[in-house]
Design a protein around this ligand. Structure first.
Ligand code: HDD
Length: 711
């Protein structure tokens, strides 16, 4: 006898079952269907709009027979699914975006006619996408990598895309090297690994053969490439651009985004663990902040300068591997960017958003930076490849929000089609838009001359001086992290000559750094310094603005406290800490030994966000241990609880604890090493004093003793 395998046979009992607020009901043949017939739900249709009677079972001949080809609903559903993916971005594949606005502080009419900078208080809608560069779309958030910081501003005179990074310099000086750089950085082509990592031979091979990358190398080996949150990183337009005013006068400009909450990064050992505990750490952070109304904010600052400044500056302002130190040219605040809304749909908005450096409104123009000019050529192509049609500007996320009119027509998926007879101009029918010499974009009328050739200017030849300046501008812990990062990355390089070549470059940057890395890599002798076209300048002053620690926050605002609680937790102390954290505009999450929560000393139930396994201390900026004499003996037996404390300690975090938690400090092996960052609560200055201490974020003085990142 044939087995009965239909849905009817498998589902037996009740006639109506509620699943996700929809109803399952039996059809005429007894099959179960999710149905809208007696509820508020919309009727499920095909893409052609036809109502669907059964979305659970494909059409077949008999209960165990073959499927039939006239099941158009099945065909359409599977066809569409098969085509859901579009190519991921060739770089910056993994990203996360949000909507917001840019608000102008004061008129910049003296410098630029760009409409968004004319009226104080004016708000321009914005969409921002943050990204990592090398990893594929599904890679982890805490990869050591540059972060993209791409801003689309929907101005009244067209979209302006400022497609920047969280680092103000770049690896290469000429866009023709970009494919080589990216090929070298991504997975090696034969083995397809490592994913989202530069710690491999091909990357360091290319870098060690490309001395112009050395300034960028210092930046990427610093903690800038392991940010704690998108919310706590800077953004940079990198290149020198031009402002052009109504009188057609030009001023050079560099763009900087400064996070209101200050800079913050994680430790490398922490990054590695975060990637395991929560590969979506940065996404979740942005999502949670915006959904809870803690809107991240950046100030736009501009460095403005003229040709005389450019001529007198130590380096070529067209060279994208150089900065203009803030101490030499102070950035001016000109507005703020606030992100206050997550996309409704990730694919429609974040995945399909198309940034292009060449999208500039009237009043903003390019300089002759060869990297910028090459980028202006590249970004249009990639959108066509990725989005599949020249009509990608018809997608709502890419469409301007100002009136627009042109004669571009047809093509795949044309959503907006011109009406009328004349689809060209000039025409005799007085139809369609006309150009406006007064309003339209005009490039700055710079006079150019020269011999056509493939060349690199002499003024781009100094590859080490600013790398040195960056290094000497860092605080001691930050310098240690650079040495440790270089050691780690080069330890993964299998080809000895590549390691040696890198150390020979480091010798031109800082001898102590080179010696530290060489010693850790086990060099028996030092290589010679790399040949340098220009000797490294020793006279450049340190620029404190280059340090993350110096630019850190003043308060714990915007950060997250992890509170480990057990049954019997002191209810009053816990409530006091939670209230103080809220007053600080920070957030907390509770971690308990079991899923669910704990019963506090006053008998109240305290709901926990995580069990210890799911809420390791790497997910928090500081931690508190609140337990009880009844619960502590069980707690210390949990390896995850001991790791929670030991990790927080070795990552130099502040740890608050109550007297019952002393045993946990002992079992975690830190009881003998307590310092000013491990604070018994409520503490001498009360809970408010403890929370104020948290604003320092890390006890860097502890680091040498725990040997975190000590190269
Ligand atoms: Fe690029 C994407 C930033 C050099 C070619 N780039 C891309 C994104 C950012 C940057 C943030 C992601 C945009 C998004 O979120 O969709 N790129 C930079 C910066 C550079 C830079 C700051 C140097 C200062 N890029 C650069 C060069 C080239 C490209 C020299 C090619 C000659 N970049 C691309 C691209 C991408 C891209 C292939 C991939 C996806 C996309 O454009 O939309 O065209």
């Amino acid at each position: 006898m044939a087995k009965k395998t239909t849905a009817t046979a498998q589902r037996t009992t009740t006639d109506t079952v509620t699943i996700h607020d929809a109803k399952l009901q039996r059809g005429q043949g007894g099959e179960l269907h999710q149905t809208a017939d007696d509820g508020d739900a919309a009727v499920l249709t095909t893409a052609q709009g036809g109502p669907v009677a059964d979305d659970q079972n494909s059409m077949r001949v008999g209960p165990r027979g073959p499927l039939v080809v006239d099941d158009f609903h099945f065909r359409e559903k599977i066809f569409h699914f098969d085509h859901e993916r579009i190519p991921e971005r060739v770089v910056h594949a993994r990203g996360y975006g949000a909507h917001g606005f840019f608000e102008t502080y004061a008129s910049l009419a003296a410098y630029t006619k760009a409409d968004l900078f004319q009226r104080p208080g004016e708000r321009t809608p914005a969409f921002v996408r943050f990204s990592t560069v090398a990893g594929n779309k599904g890679s982890a958030d805490l990869a050591r990598d540059v972060r993209g910081f791409a801003v689309k501003l929907y101005t009244q005179e067209g979209n302006w895309d400022l497609v920047g990074n969280n680092i103000p310099v770049f690896f290469i000086q000429d866009a023709i090297k970009f494919p080589d750089l990216i090929h070298a950085a991504k997975q090696e082509p034969d083995r397809a690994f490592p994913q989202a990592q530069t710690a491999h031979d091909t990357f360091w091979d290319f870098i060690s053969l490309t001395p112009e990358s050395m300034n960028m190398v210092m930046w990427i080996m610093s903690d800038r490439t392991i940010p704690r949150s998108f919310r706590f990183m800077e953004g940079f337009g990198v290149h020198t651009f031009r402002f052009v005013n109504a009188k057609d006068e030009s001023t050079f400009v560099k763009f900087h985004w400064k996070p209101k909450l200050g800079l913050q990064s994680v430790a490398w050992n922490e990054a590695v663990k975060i990637n395991g505990a929560d590969p979506d750490f940065h996404r979740r952070d942005l999502w949670q902040a915006i959904q809870s109304g803690n809107y991240p904010e950046w100030e736009l600052q501009v460095q403005l300068f003229d040709q005389d400044f450019a001529d007198g500056f130590d380096f070529d302002v067209l060279d994208p591997t150089k900065i203009i130190p803030e101490e030499i040219l102070k950035p001016q605040p000109v507005g703020r960017l606030v992100l206050d809304r997550m996309p409704d749909n990730f694919f429609a908005e974040t995945e399909q958003v198309a940034f292009m450096t060449q999208n500039v409104p009237p009043g903003i123009d390019f300089s002759n930076d060869p990297l910028l000019q090459g980028r202006n050529f590249s970004y249009l192509d990639t959108q066509l490849k990725r989005l599949g049609s020249p009509n990608f500007t018809h997608l709502p996320i890419n469409a301007p929000k100002c009136p627009f009119a042109h004669f571009q027509q047809d093509g795949h998926m044309a959503m907006r089609n011109p009406v009328g007879r004349a689809n060209y101009q000039p025409n005799s029918f007085n139809e369609g838009p006309r150009e406006s010499p007064m309003r339209g974009h005009r490039s700055y009328a710079v006079e150019e001359q020269g011999t056509k050739a493939r060349l690199r200017p002499e003024s781009f030849a100094d590859h080490y001086s600013q790398a040195r300046q960056f290094y000497i501008s860092q605080t001691p812990p930050e310098q240690r992290h650079i040495a440790a990062a270089l050691t780690f990355e080069l330890s993964k390089v299998e080809t000895p000559v590549i390691r040696e070549r890198m150390v020979s470059h480091l010798l031109n940057i800082d001898e102590t750094l080179a010696a530290t890395v060489a010693q850790k890599l086990g060099f028996q002798s030092m290589p010679k310094p790399a040949d340098a076209a220009v000797p490294t300048r020793q006279d450049l002053e340190p620029s404190p603005a280059l340090s993350i620690v110096v630019k850190g926050p003043k308060r714990f605002e915007g950060r997250k406290l992890g509170i480990l609680v057990t049954d019997g937790v002191d209810a009053k102390l816990l409530k006091g800490i939670m209230a103080a954290i809220e007053t600080e505009s920070a957030v907390y999450e509770l971690i308990a030994p079991k899923v669910g929560g704990v019963t506090a000393s006053d008998g109240s139930w305290v709901e926990a966000h995580h069990m210890i396994d799911g809420g390791p201390s790497v997910l928090f900026d500081a931690v508190v241990l609140l337990t009880s004499t009844e619960a502590i003996d069980d707690l210390v037996m949990e390896a995850t609880a001991r790791d929670f404390v030991a990790d927080a300690f070795q990552h130099c975090k502040f740890i608050g604890y109550d007297s019952s938690a002393v045993k946990l400090l002992e079992k975690a092996g830190i009881a003998d090493a307590l310092d000013e960052g491990v604070i018994m609560l409520p503490g001498e200055d009360g809970i408010a004093g403890f929370v104020s201490e948290l604003g320092k974020l890390r006890v860097w003085g502890r680091e040498p003793s725990v040997k975190l990142g000590k190269a």
